[in-house]
Design a protein around this ligand. Structure first.
Ligand SMILES: [Zn+2]
Length: 483
């Protein structure tokens, strides 16, 4: 751990106590948050002086690397995580998941007319390949499905370019939210289907990202078995703007692209599950999770190696401090969040009979920047309860609580009414690197990663130990949707 962390440990301690001393006593039968002041200060203090979150992430990203599900590296990550938990003294196992296995091949793209220019493109995950030699066609540019539909037959035989700039929101936005990632992700997800329905031969999309480094961002896409499958790739924002200008100047614009990707048969893989068994109510479970798989372009440091490191470190802290919560805390490092959610679905199916006693599930999958707080989707009073608990970590800025929590991997537990939380990170630069070759360890600040681990540990521990539990989600409660 860096000297910077040690230097900051004392002020963090002081601030922690100062803030918590001002809490009013609770009127309910539950404990006051002040009852957990000592445990919280021990967790935070231990992480500040002996944190290992960054070392975990460093190994995962540097020594194992990209971990697209189905790849040998994804399964190496499973083996490593089980071993790592076990060496920490925490019982861990791999729970089998059949994972999709899509592989990227050679890929290239270019504008052929009115000028000859190289495009920077990557296949979207799950895309079919182009025929050898690629496909060539005139570009039709749209910024929404409505615009596409309005073009009718004019799309036939063309290559559709979805070109809508993503706004920088500072935090993850769910699909359909109208801003940031949420505003553009439905086009990546369904773009090949909608374009093919109108007779397009191919589709391109402006990368879903916020930086101007001319980097293409990959991501998941879908096909419909009843609609012709067409190859779908992301181009950089800069290249999308170039095509836009050429069209503006009168066009037509002809592009060609070749994708060598393939979908291979599913392969056996696994979720990694580790437990600190509850001292009084072992059958009641708080799940804390992130996803072990990553896209293939970078090393998955911020998405979501960070979430895995945070979860592993939270478990280690609770274990080494011998805190012995009343309920079980179960860490789940999910497989295949990025292109299928097989791990999340398998967990919810395989543990179906236990879900009525899952008292909370917390996911960290919004990067590695400093924690700003938690999101919560629960029943009556859950938000207030989580806000009280989060006050234990507000000294380092992680005390903000918002309605709406969860994550893609835990979303299949929604039907069982499990209260969902998300650990929220500051997200100004998250989508600069998300799903690109630049998602690498150097984007992560060890100190901020440690703050995340401490915040996760405090929330998980109090939820697992407090006498009462959070009210469960009602059927109509909103949740954060899949990424
Ligand atoms: Zn992720």
């Amino acid at each position: 751990m860096s000297r910077r962390v040690c230097a900051l440990a004392l002020p963090v301690f002081c601030a922690l106590f100062t803030n918590c001393a001002t809490l009013a006593p609770r009127a309910s039968a539950g404990p006051t948050t002040a009852d957990y002041l000592d445990a919280a200060s021990r967790i935070v203090g231990r992480e500040m002086v002996d944190g290992q979150a960054f070392a975990r992430l460093r190994y995962l990203t540097d020594h194992i690397g990209p971990r697209l599900s189905g790849s040998p590296q994804a399964n190496l990550a499973v083996e490593w995580a089980v071993k790592r938990f076990t060496e920490d003294g925490i019982v861990a196992r791999a729970e089998r998941v059949m994972a999709p296995h899509w592989v990227r091949g050679d890929e290239s793209a270019a504008i052929l007319a009115p000028a000859s220019q190289r495009l920077h493109a990557v296949a979207l995950g799950g895309s079919i390949p182009t025929p050898t030699g690629g496909i060539t066609g005139q570009v039709v540019e749209v910024s929404s499905f409505d615009e596409l539909h309005a073009l009718g037959d004019r799309v036939k035989g063309k290559i559709v370019l979805y070109n809508k700039a993503m706004t920088r929101e500072g935090e993850f936005t769910a699909p359909g939210s109208g801003t940031g990632y949420g505003a553009v992700v439905p086009m990546r997800h369904g773009g090949a289907i909608e374009a093919a329905k109108q007779g397009a031969v191919g589709a391109l999309i402006r990368s879903l990202g916020t930086a101007d480094y001319r980097l293409p961002h990959t991501g998941a896409m879908a096909y419909d078995d009843n609609v012709t499958k067409i190859p779908f790739a992301a181009i950089t924002a800069e290249d999308a703007e170039l095509i836009h200008r050429l069209l503006e100047d009168g066009g037509p614009v002809t592009v060609s692209y070749a994708l060598g990707c393939q979908t291979l048969p599913d392969v056996p893989s696994a979720n990694v599950v580790a437990e600190i068994v509850g001292s009084e109510k072992p059958d009641e479970v708080v799940v804390i999770g992130g996803h072990l798989d990553s896209w293939d372009l970078g090393t998955g440091a911020i998405d979501d190696g960070a979430g895995c490191a945070i979860v592993m470190e939270a478990m280690r802290l609770i274990h080494v401090l011998d805190l012995k919560p009343r309920r079980t805390i179960r860490a789940v490092l999910f497989m295949n969040e990025e292109n299928g959610l097989a791990g999340g679905k398998a967990y919810a199916t395989d543990h179906r009979s236990e879900l009525a006693k899952h008292v909370a599930a917390i996911e960290s999958d919004s990067g590695a920047a400093r924690p700003v707080g938690f999101g919560i989707s629960g029943g009556a009073g859950a938000e207030e309860r989580v806000r009280e608990i989060a006050s234990l970590v507000k000294s380092f800025g992680a005390g903000d609580v918002k309605k709406g929590g969860g994550g893609a991997d835990i979303s299949p537990m929604r039907d069982a009414g499990v209260p969902f939380l998300s650990l929220r990170q500051e997200g100004t630069h998250y989508f600069d690197y998300h799903h690109t070759p630049a998602d690498t360890l150097d984007k992560v600040d060890p100190f901020e990663l440690s703050q995340n681990a401490a915040a996760m540990a405090v929330m998980a521990y109090v939820l697992a130990d407090m006498p009462d539990t959070l009210a469960r989600q009602e059927p109509e409660s909103p949740t954060r949707a899949s990424k």
